[in-house]
Design a protein around this ligand. Structure first.
Ligand SMILES: Cc1ncc(COP(=O)(O)O)c(C=O)c1O
Length: 385
């Protein structure tokens, strides 16, 4: 399904850090922050342990607190909906656009409550959300916007990198993403004071970083200014991330090539929708999804099994948080577009060194399932349905 593109360069970079003896929150982390901030077009980067912790800091940075409502897409990895809860707030679910699978200003507006103080906008699977109208709505209503760009490094929106327009954006470097550090995350920001606060918060609220204390000629006695966390990234991860950042343009170019090939080869399957660039931007194709039409002869979960039986790993699309037991305490909500997408989507293998031969096998396996006669199932009373 997914595989990082690693070679001897990441191995050498990680080994050099180990040999240096400084393995956590040191010079490589600072360098990685600068490189990612520049890539994203943000003024500052704050490296953290993963995108979930980045979202937690994002909620704090956005001033979200107990009793607040935060509008989030239900159709996202569950970390998005969990983030408001880390600060005592309530997630309120918005539906998504059927073409991009992202929230829009209209779907967010429908979900606003008198207690809404912030919105988390996800660039689902790397497809940029149409964030300008959302920012305009948020400005009108005095809401903070946090962009959960976990999957979207290197995607573009209105000609600029995703994240460039956001006060706070968060990224993931998990192996399922494109730029991979093992585990890892980054908050990118425009405001230097907020970035400094987040750097303290990731390190227990300490007034001075370990690296600055170490390199100071004076004895420095730190203070703990507010309740913080251990959300540090290691230099081993950052060193790998620096090599990966260097490779990012090549990785995205290859994914876009493979995605175009998938789009072309799958065009013959009647009614099948495939992920594509929106009119206002480009996706990095972190994931290649297809949506099965209602007329597809085989139910979605059986498609996954049929592909597996042919040696092809595929996955069901992202689930809806509002249908998960963890959110059963919230008011029931109906989100027809999200619910349809979660039931009809299939994610196909896509990674840097996926060969065209293997890609052909994926396409043939899916085309084969599409040609099956529509299944007849016994009805409840035993006769044909
Ligand atoms: C939209 C979204 N947000 C947040 C996360 C969490 O990222 P991490 O695994 O780095 O904590 C993910 C991971 O898949 C994601 O897809």
């Amino acid at each position: 399904m997914a595989k990082p593109w690693f070679d001897h360069r990441e191995v050498a970079a990680a080994a050099a850090v180990v040999e240096s003896g400084w393995v956590s929150q040191g010079a490589r982390v600072t360098e990685f922050e600068q490189v990612v901030a520049a890539l994203v077009g943000a003024a500052h980067g704050v490296a953290v342990s993963n995108c979930t912790t980045a979202l937690h800091l994002g909620m704090i940075g956005a001033g979200v607190g107990a009793g607040d409502d935060v509008v989030v897409p239900s159709l996202s990895f569950v970390a998005t909906a969990n983030a408001p809860r880390y600060v005592g707030a309530r997630p309120v679910f918005a539906d998504v656009d059927p073409a991009t699978h992202n929230v829009t200003a209209e779907t967010i507006e429908r979900a606003l409550t008198p207690r809404t103080t912030a919105v988390i906008v996800v660039d689902q699977y790397g497809t940029p959300a149409d964030i300008e109208p959302i920012r305009a709505l948020a400005a009108e209503r005095g809401l903070a916007v946090v962009e959960d760009a976990a999957c979207a490094i290197g995607s573009t929106y209105l000609g600029a990198p995703v994240g460039a327009r956001s006060e706070i954006a968060t990224f993931s470097f998990h192996p399922r993403k494109i730029l991979v550090t093992g585990e890892g995350g980054m908050v990118t920001l425009q405001d230097g004071d907020l970035a400094a606060r987040m750097r303290r918060l990731r390190q227990h609220g300490m007034s001075v970083s370990t690296f600055d204390r170490h390199t100071s000629t004076d004895t420095v006695i730190e203070q703990y200014l507010e309740t913080g966390f251990n959300y540090r990234l290691t230099d081993i991860q950052a060193a790998i991330g620096l090599v990966q950042a260097d490779k990012l343009p090549a990785m995205i170019a290859r994914r876009r090539e493979l995605a175009a090939r998938y789009q072309r080869l799958l065009a013959d399957i009647p009614g099948l929708e495939t992920v594509a660039d929106p009119a206002y931007g480009t996706t990095n194709f972190q994931t290649f999804w297809v949506m099965l039409p209602d007329t597809f002869p085989v139910p979605r979960d059986e498609v996954l099994t049929a592909l597996k039986q042919r040696g092809v790993n595929s996955r069901h699309g992202v689930t809806c948080a509002h249908e998960e037991p963890a959110f059963a305490d919230l008011e029931p909500v109906s989100l027809p577009v999200s619910e349809r997408i979660t039931r009809r989507s299939v994610l196909l293998p896509l990674y840097h060194d996926l060969s065209e031969h293997d890609q052909d096998r994926v396409v043939e396996a899916l085309a084969d399932v599409a040609r099956r006669p529509t299944g007849r199932r016994p009805s409840a009373h035993g006769g044909p349905a």
